[in-house]
Design a protein around this ligand. Structure first.
Ligand SMILES: [Zn+2]
Length: 198
């Protein structure tokens, strides 16, 4: 969550909270800093990766072959949870955090509080495309934004492209209505009350 990788050259001193160090070619060191100590590292054989706890429970990845429109449709049909909560569940859809779930729902013009099984079947493709689009956008834009020397800050790199996230009270980029925020399932949710009415 808050951990960072930092690339150090020969003369650089170790930063505070350096918990793991990888020694690279040309005397460089890749350091994992983790002030809050949420990070976990395990050393395991690659052949055992898929059976490893923490990996084996993970859901299909949105760019993988298993993440089909049919997969998403049947997933939504079986859940009474809100769409926002369901999309954050890493055992159902992998890789959407609080920011991307909010952004994907905004792109698809879907209300984040709607129970998953109440989303009309014809609207599922919109959500499916929005999930992939928002992640693809991030992947495309991440390349120029990462500075390993300074440490990569997730928030700072993408703030400029968020359309609803952390934009409470600002005008919606599509309709001009004020973006709203509510705490839902312990996390902040942002949405446009007009574009995402239903
Ligand atoms: Zn709007």
């Amino acid at each position: 969550m808050t951990g960072k990788f930092v690339l150090l050259n020969t003369a650089d001193e170790f930063p505070k909270h350096a918990h793991a160090i990888f020694y690279l070619d040309q005397d460089q060191r890749l350091v994992f800093r983790d002030q809050r100590q949420f990070g976990v590292m395990k050393l395991i054989e690659s052949s055992r990766l898929s059976q490893t706890k923490g990996i084996s429970e993970l859901a299909p990845e949105p760019f993988g072959e298993e993440f089909t429109l049919e997969y998403l449709r049947s997933l939504l049909k079986r859940s009474h949870r809100s769409l926002k909560t369901l999309l954050l569940d890493q055992t159902k859809v992998l890789g959407l955090g609080n920011i991307y779930a909010a952004e994907a729902l905004f792109r698809a013009r879907i209300n984040p509080f709607k129970p998953a099984n109440e989303l009309a079947s014809r609207r599922v493709p919109q959500l499916y495309e929005a999930i992939r689009e928002v992640l693809q956008f991030a992947v495309d834009n991440i390349r120029g934004s990462i500075s390993l020397e300074e440490g990569f800050s997730y928030g700072a790199a993408f703030e400029s492209f968020w359309q609803v996230y952390e934009r409470e009270g600002e005008p919606c980029v599509k309709c001009g209505s004020k973006i709203r925020r509510a705490t839902h399932g312990g996390r902040s949710t942002y949405w446009c009350p007009k574009c995402q009415r239903r």
